[in-house]
Each structure stands twice: as structure tokens, then as C-alpha cells.
Design a protein around this ligand. Structure first.
Ligand code: ADP
Ligand code: MG
Length: 399
């Protein structure tokens, strides 16, 4: 990983204006946020800059206004939620550049926080228009990016600003980059990757990148069915992408050449209908799935074998549940392996990093979110990082 500057490198910023990109794209319910995790993540950076005496101007997007103003997509909607988390009053500024911003900066005292309006109200944001970025940069002395979740986008406030102002990673960005580097950039080996979820097609680039980087590739979830089918297993009515069996075979060949062991389940949990605790529920060997059955989870023997694999590993990266975990009892394999990974992490023998919308939900359901070394809530950015891609917002901080 290329070096990047952090708040430790920032020097004396008393009275300076810090433009801080954060993730305030909060899920809303009845006019207020139903989850403020993203604000909590940005809190240390914002308060640290305030303590150093900067005037902090927050930049964020909120929903998809497609380059036009929209009253319901104004960041003013989240002022109360942000104030609650920061324990501080915010000045809402209904622009991102120009005289209104200039006057507002004049009113702010050192250590105060202003919130600019939704950066996506202006087409220049998503177009990464240099003039738009320069107009915003004109108000600031430094740029701090604390929104890893938006770093896979080359937009004006996620990438462009870093070209016009001294740029620093905020504390949340720093923690995320360090965790990801410890998992795949510079990991202690052996490394295991768990890739699960519904479909191979949505994670082809992830699988291709991982086979060259990890010693154990554990495939679960619906995508295991496609790999099993590629090996000649009849998966019955299971979710399976039959048109991708050649691709699955190619990935297994590449893994072979790279010295990566691919782990597929020997036993599976099947049912004739997809419902909670169905009457037709049974566990069987992968070769015994009937024509009218679906594989909805990997089996207990497979979980035991995978736990043994994790015990030999030093690093784990996990994306995707092993079964249809939202419906009982198809959460059992995911919960059991997550608990093993959490316990190994707590014992100090494993560095564990996980990410993905459903994966975070599954780990929370297993009650082990806090036992992992790092759990990323950045959906798209986390997946692109697992694909081995350079994230523009991160690259801009290292140049
Ligand atoms: P993430 O959001 O963590 O990247 P995905 O969106 O790729 O994960 O996959 C999660 C979905 O995969 C869940 O909704 C889960 O129910 C589904 N899934 C897992 N295993 C199976 C299976 N055997 N059959 C059908 N769906 C499955
Ligand atoms: Mg998902």
C-alpha cells in the first residue's frame, strides 16, 4: 500500500478551514436517521480537527439527486442526527461554494462545524469537474477524506479535491486502509478467504483476484452450487448459474496453479421449499441432493472441516454468507463459522476482516461483529478492494 498522510501529519491548523468529506448517506425513517453508524465513524476525525482549532466544513452526498437541488435530499435532513452524535451544534450552509460559504466561514469560530449541502446537487460532483472541485477548494486550507465507502468513485469531493489542497486520510479512512492492508495487502500467511452469497456472477472479479493471493479459498452460499455443478454434482433445484460452470472450472484451475486450495462443502442442508424450518429439511452428502430439493446452507461436517482450516490460518477475509442466513435454520453454518473466526481472533491467532452488506448483517446476527479485527460497512468500495482494484479516492491521498 502506498503511503498516505494522516491527521498525525497535519501540523498547526488553528483558524484554518478543513474541508472534510464524510459519509452522511444515512438510512432515514420518519424524517430522522434509523442508523447513525456512519456519523459515529466520522466523529473522531471531526472532533479532532475541532480540538485543533480548525473551522470544519463537512462535505457529503445524500441519496441520488442527479445533479439537481431537491429539498428532501438536502443534507439539512440529517443536521439533528449529526448534532446528536457529535454533541455539538452545526451550522447548515445551503451551498458548497461561493459568497454564502465565504460569509458562513466568517461567522464560524475556530472549532465550529458547518455542514455544506448535498454535493450531488451539482453535476460537477459526479463528473469530477475540475472547475467545480477548484471552486470548493478555494474555501479551504486542507482536505480530509474520511469516507472510505465513497472512495471507489472518482468524484469531485472524493478524488478531485485532493489535487487542489493538501490531502489527508481521516481516522476512519486510516483504520479501514490499515485493516484492509493487513488482510490482503501485506497479510500474515496462511490467508483464508470466505466467499459466499448468492451468485458467482456478482463476484467473479473477487474470486479471480483472490485465487492469486490467498492459500485457502472457501466457497459457500449459492455460489458454491455453481462450483459443485462444475464438478459434476447434481444440485437439483438449487440456485445455480449453469452457464458459469466453465468459468468456475477455470477459477479452480487457476487456483490449482497458484497453490490455492479451493474448499467446497461435502455436506449440505437441503429442503423442497424455501421457508423457515420446512418439513422437508434434511442434511445430506452433496451427491445425494434430490431433483426437487434446494441447497440452502452448507452442512455441519463442512463447517467442522472449515473451522480446522481457519485454525491453521493467520489471516481471514470474509465476504458473503455461507447460506440463506435470513431464514432459520439456514443461518447455522454462517453463525458457527463466524463464531469460530471470532474466537480465534480474540485468542490472537487470527486477523479477521469482513465486509459486505449482508455479511455485516450476518455477523451481527451471529453476535460476533465486535470479535472480528475489522468489519467494513463500505459495501461497494469493500468489494472493489476485494477485486484488487485501485480505489480513486485512496490513490488520490497517496500521490
Ligand atoms: P454481501 O451483501 O455480504 O456481499 P451477497 O449479497 O453476495 O452478500 O449475498 C447474500 C445473499 O445470498 C443473502 O441474501 C443469502 O440469503 C443469499 N444466499 C446465501 N446462500 C444461499 C443459497 N444457498 N441459496 C440461495 N441464496 C443464498
Ligand atoms: Mg448483498
Amino acid at each position: 500500500m502506498a503511503a498516505f498522510r494522516t491527521l498525525d501529519d497535519i501540523g498547526d491548523i488553528a483558524g484554518k478551514v478543513a474541508l472534510v468529506r464524510v459519509d452522511l448517506n444515512l438510512p432515514m425513517k420518519d424524517g430522522s436517521a434509523s442508523d447513525v453508524t456512519r456519523v459515529e465513524a466520522a466523529r473522531p476525525t471531526i472532533l479532532e480537527l475541532c480540538e485543533k482549532g480548525a473551522k470544519v466544513l463537512l462535505l457529503a452526498h445524500f441519496g441520488r439527486p442527479k445533479g439537481q437541488r431537491s429539498s428532501v435530499l438536502s443534507t439539512s435532513m440529517v443536521v439533528g442526527d449529526v448534532e446528536g452524535v457529535l454533541g455539538k451544534e452545526l451550522m447548515f450552509i445551503p451551498e458548497v461554494s461561493g459568497p454564502v460559504v465565504e460569509q458562513s466561514i466568517g461567522i464560524l469560530s475556530n472549532g465550529d462545524v458547518g455542514l455544506l449541502d448535498n454535493v450531488r446537487f451539482w453535476p460537477g460532483e459526479e463528473a469530477n469537474d475540475p472547475d467545480f472541485a477548484k471552486a470548493i477548494a478555494a474555501h479551504g486550507d486542507l482536505f480530509v477524506n474520511d469516507a472510505f465507502s465513497a472512495a471507489h468513485r472518482a468524484h469531485a469531493t472524493t478524488e478531485g479535491l485532493a489535487h487542489y489542497l493538501p490531502a489527508y486520510a481521516g481516522r476512519a479512512m486510516e483504520a479501514e486502509l490499515k485493516a484492509l492492508d493487513a488482510a490482503l495487502g501485506n497479510p500474515e500467511t496462511p490467508v483464508a478467504a470466505v466467499v459466499g452469497g448468492a451468485k458467482v456472477s456478482s463476484k467473479l472479479d473477487v474470486l479471480t483476484n483472490l485465487v492469486g493471493k490467498v492459500q485457502h479459498l472457501i466457497i459457500g452460499g449459492g455460489m458454491a452450487n455453481t462450483f459443485l455443478a462444475a464438478r459434476g454434482v447434481d444440485v437439483g433445484k438449487s440456485l445455480c448459474e449453469h452457464d458459469l460452470t466453465d468459468t468456475a472450472n477455470k477459477i479452480m484451475d487457476e487456483a490449482d496453479h497458484a497453490g490455492c486450495t479451493v474448499h467446497l462443502p461435502y455436506d449440505v442442508v437441503v429442503a423442497k421449499e424455501f421457508a423457515a424450518n420446512p418439513a422437508s429439511l434434511r442434511t445430506c452428502n452433496v451427491h445425494e441432493v434430490a431433483e426437487n430439493e434446494m441447497i440452502l446452507d452448507i452442512g455441519p461436517q463442512a463447517v467442522e472441516a472449515l473451522a480446522d482450516v481457519l485454525k491453521t490460518c493467520r489471516t481471514l477475509v470474509w465476504n458473503g454468507p455461507l447460506g440463506a442466513f435470513e431464514t432459520e435454520p439456514f443461518d447455522e453454518a454462517t453463525v458457527a463459522l463466524a463464531k469460530t473466526a471470532g474466537a480465534l481472533t480474540q485468542d490472537g491467532s487470527l486477523v479477521s476482516v469482513a465486509g459486505g452488506g449482508d455479511t455485516v448483517a450476518a455477523l451481527a446476527h451471529a453476535g460476533v461483529k465486535d470479535d472480528f479485527t475489522f468489519v467494513s460497512t463500505a459495501g461497494g468500495a469493500f468489494l472493489e478492494w476485494m477485486e484488487g482494484k485501485t480505489l480513486p479516492g485512496v490513490a488520490a491521498l497517496s500521490s
